[in-house]
Design a protein around this ligand. Structure first.
Ligand code: NAP
Length: 250
C-alpha cells in the first residue's frame, strides 16, 4: 500500500522548538504517523506533551550554543534507543533597519538558525552512520531562503545558508542513505510573525500577495514534514520544498 510508505511507525525523531508553532505541529503529526518524538525546547513543552502523551519526551536545552548538542543526542538515545529523523525547526528572527543592525542581532540569529543547526545535524548524522540504517534530516527554511525580505538581514542570511547547506549535506551523505531536505514555509500565523501581523499595512500587503488568500497554519506544514521524514521520500535529496500558498510562484 502506498500509504504504508508514509508511516513513521518504529521511528524516533528529534524535533527542535517543540513547545509552540510549527515545531509543535510537526511533533503532533509525527506521533500520529507512529513515531516516538524527542522534542527540544528551552521552555517546557507542556502543551505538546499533553497533545501527544507517552510517545513524546521533552529535552530542555537552549540551542543558542552548541554545548547542548551531546546532551540532546544522548538523552534521545537514553530514552528511545535510536534516532531516525531530525527536524531543525527552532529559529529566531530580529527586525531592525539594516543601516543600524546590531552585532548582537546578527550573532544571536546566526547561532540558533545556522551554527547550532549545522553542528546538531553533524552529530545526528554520525549517529545515523553508526546505526547503519540511514536517516532523514529536515531543515526549516523560509521564503527568505529565496528572497531578500526587509529589515531582517541576519534571518535572510541564515535561511539562505540553510538552503545551501541542505544541498551540501545531501551531496555528501546520500551515499549513507541519509536524506537531507528542507521545507520553506510561507507566511504562517505563529509567534515568529506576530509583530508582522500586528503591523496593519505590512500584514495587508502580505495577505494580498498570497495566492491562497490566507496566512498558513502549523497544520499546513504537517504533510510535507511527514513526507520528508518517511520512506515515501527516499529518492528526494537536497531539495527545499515550499509550503507557501503560492507565494513564490507569484
Ligand atoms: P515560533 O512559534 O517563534 O517558534 C520558534 C521555536 O524555536 C520556538 O519553539 C522557540 O522556543 C524555539 N527556539 C528559539 N530559540 C531557541 C533556543 N535558543 N533554544 C531552543 N529553542 C529555541 O515560530 P515558528 O513560526 O513556529 O518557527 C519555527 C521555524 O519556522 C523557525 O525556524 C522559523 O524561522 C521558521 N519559519 C517560520 C515562518 C512563519 O511564517 N511563521 C516562515 C518561515 C520559516 P521559545 O518559544 O522558547 O522561544
Amino acid at each position: 500500500m502506498i500509504l504504508d510508505s508514509f508511516s513513521l511507525k518504529g521511528k524516533v525523531a528529534i524535533v527542535t522548538g517543540s513547545n509552540t508553532g510549527l515545531g509543535q505541529g510537526i511533533c503532533r503529526a509525527f506521533a500520529e504517523a507512529g513515531a516516538q518524538v524527542a522534542g527540544v525546547s528551552r521552555r517546557p513543552s507542556t502543551e505538546t506533551r499533553q497533545l501527544i502523551g507517552d510517545s513524546f519526551h521533552n529535552i530542555i536545552a537552549d540551542l543558542s550554543t552548541c554545548e547542548v548538542i551531546p546532551q540532546v543526542v544522548q538523552e534521545t538515545l537514553d530514552k528511545f534507543g535510536r534516532i531516525d529523523i531530525l527536524v531543525n525547526n527552532a529559529g529566531i528572527i530580529k527586525r531592525q533597519d539594516s543601516i543600524e543592525f546590531s552585532e548582537e542581532n546578527w550573532d544571536s540569529v546566526m547561532s540558533v538558525n545556522l551554527k547550532t543547526v549545522f553542528f546538531l545535524t553533524q552529530a545526528v548524522a554520525k549517529q545515523f552512520i553508526a546505526q547503519g540504517s540511514g536517516g532523514k534530516i529536515i531543515n526549516i527554511a523560509s521564503m527568505l531562503s529565496y528572497q531578500g525580505g526587509i529589515r531582517v538581514p541576519s534571518y535572510t542570511a541564515s535561511k539562505s545558508a540553510i538552503r545551501g547547506i541542505t544541498m551540501t549535506l545531501a551531496n555528501e551523505w546520500a551515499k549513507y542513505g541519509i536524506n537531507v531536505n528542507a521545507v520553506a514555509p510561507g507566511y504562517m500565523a505563529t509567534n515568529n510573525t506576530q509583530q508582522l501581523r500586528q503591523d496593519e499595512e505590512r500584514s495587508a500587503d502580505i495577505l494580498a500577495r498570497i495566492p491562497a488568500g490566507r496566512w498558513g497554519t502549523p497544520a499546513d506544514l504537517e504533510g510535507a514534514a511527514v513526507f520528508l521524514a518517511s520512506a515515501a521520500s527516499d529518492y528526494v535529496n537536497g531539495f527545499t520544498l515550499a509550503v507557501d500558498g503560492g507565494w513564490l510562484g507569484r
